[in-house]
Design a protein around this ligand. Structure first.
Ligand SMILES: [Ca+2]
Ligand SMILES: [Ca+2]
Length: 379
């Protein structure tokens, strides 16, 4: 064990009763498998944490920090948890743990509040992040999602707020959240690039829209549901893995509702056969769409490249040597354009009568649940 003051534990036989042991206040795992920070028992209790297990070879305790409403924290790895009884407003103030914090990541381990209204707006209940770079208000079911925002050394604290409406009925009355809060120093190697609301660091994974629900069929009152949120314009970024050059985006296997951004999707179920007529891309996507810059069938044919994708099935444009007209083909979209990112844009509503200010009507749009696979440089 390396102690911060340079002494090594093999010297411990020389320690007197009055020797001060110093160790880094680094992250640790509590005995209940939560994140904590390694402190002395006295420091942990003084800072308002709960000792849960040991760290630093037994010199410290793994200190667990959990806060509910109307509190503030400056501890890395703090949990923000719903109170046992829902309150109309629940805030947590986040103070930077030092002056060199540039980014905050919120891991939504659990997140379930009421969903959006018929326009896709988070109107009745929503989660707000203020005091950092822009984060859209979100609502609905967002378990396992995450959010990233930037802070500057001269900005004040940031704040998380959950606004609840006691009059809103949900299929369950639970308003649940458990959010892990991480603070990152400006020199951290794991910082997300600026402008990324989400950041994925694996070679393959799943990205889904906020309030993407697996349990649609179990909610009988939800026949004309709106699931994807309105007024979004953000990027989910993917770190390019070593040895990989491209990225392939495909619909989630076994879920054929997994790309329903625009149009009437009310007749589509998870097992409906996908129809290439429901594939839309390029200039046809004006209201709600994802952005895959440089996307095409193989990522290599500039004439067929489309940046925007919408409709009710994911696919690409294929032209033939004799015709430059696009045929819409169902399937994965590949790009070699860097950095890897999935843009998400939605307008202010889900339509109605098509007018200048209203998009054509969308129905039962779930949003997206897409799998990404980075492709090796040799392929
Ligand atoms: Ca839509
Ligand atoms: Ca819309």
């Amino acid at each position: 064990m390396l102690l911060k003051n340079g002494l090594r534990s093999r010297d411990s036989r020389f320690f007197s009763l009055f020797t001060v042991i110093r160790f880094d206040n680094s992250m640790c795992m509590t005995n209940q498998n939560d994140n904590g920070t390694c402190y002395t028992q006295a420091d942990c209790e003084r800072k308002g944490g709960k000792p849960r297990g040991s760290c630093a070879s037994g010199y410290g305790v793994c200190c667990y920090f959990e806060y509910m409403c109307s509190q503030s924290t400056s501890q890395n790895g703090t949990y923000f948890k719903n109170p046992p009884t829902p309150q109309p407003i629940c805030n947590l103030m986040i103070n930077r743990m030092n002056d060199d914090i540039c980014q905050v990541k919120l891991e939504l381990d659990v997140f379930e509040i009421a969903g959006p209204n018929s326009k896709g707006e988070c109107a009745d209940e929503f989660f707000l992040v203020t005091g950092g770079s822009s984060v859209p208000p979100i609502c609905g079911l967002n378990n396992k999602q995450h959010l990233i925002y930037s802070v500057t050394p001269d900005s004040g604290p940031s704040q998380l707020s959950v606004i609840l409406s006691v009059s809103t009925t949900m299929h369950s009355n639970a308003r649940l959240w458990n959010i892990r809060i991480y603070q990152y120093e400006c020199t951290s190697p794991v910082l997300a690039p600026v402008g990324c609301l989400q950041y994925y660091t694996s070679a393959s994974g799943v990205v889904q829209s906020f309030n993407y629900r697996d349990d649609v069929k179990s909610i009988s009152k939800d026949t004309n549901f709106v699931h994807h949120l309105a007024n979004l314009d953000y990027s989910a970024c993917i770190r390019m893995a070593s040895g990989y050059c491209g990225i392939r985006w495909s619909q989630y296997p076994g879920d054929n509702v997994s790309f329903t951004m625009t149009g009437d999707a009310s007749a589509i179920t998870s097992t409906t056969t996908l129809d290439p007529k429901n594939v839309e891309y390029g200039d046809a996507c004006k209201y709600d769409y994802i952005r895959i810059p440089g996307g095409s069938e193989d990522g290599g044919s500039p004439a067929n490249t489309k940046d925007r994708y919408c409709g009710r099935a994911l696919g690409f444009c294929r032209t033939t040597p004799t015709s430059s007209t696009c045929s819409a083909i169902l399937g994965a979209v590949i790009t070699y354009s860097k950095p890897f990112q999935l843009g998400v844009v939605t307008d202010a509503d889900e339509g109605g009568t098509a007018t200048q200010s209203n998009a054509p009507e969308d129905k039962s749009n779930r949003g997206f649940r897409l799998v990404f696979n980075q492709t090796p440089c040799m392929s």
